[in-house]
Design a protein around this ligand. Sequence first.
Ligand code: 5GP
Length: 128
Amino acid sequence: MSISGLPPYDPQNVFARILRGEIPCRRVHEDAFALAFHDINPQAPVHVLVIPKGAYVSNADFAAGATDAEIAGFWRAVGKVARDLGLEAGGYRILSNMGADGGQEVPHFHVHIFGGRRIGRMVPRPEA
Ligand code: 5GP
């Protein structure tokens, strides 16, 4: 079990396969610590995912298990990607889902970057 209580890291998850080059992606940035690429199903004019290169299921696993260099490198990449996408002036949202309640679909820690329009409510109202 991962530290967050989620199942252990699955090396066949789609982002692991993207990292290995087994599935293509529209890459916007890559360095030693992170890969950033366009979401396949964008929810905003700009919707980019940033993932660490290490095998971490969730933010909890990343925060507890990654080295300081990995954590710093990853968050620097998030900042650089948002800047390079031209989102600083208009603003943007970063978001990370974890587990069932968070709505996480892909069990490899990732941050969404949304921009290019007013993103709207931070959390949708509960469904009736
Ligand atoms: P989550 O719900 O786990 O926070 O977000 C997973 C995201 O990964 C979703 O927004 C989904 O559209 C995206 N995604 C799933 N499969 C692929 C894929 O094969 N390629 C890309 N680029 N994005 C994917």
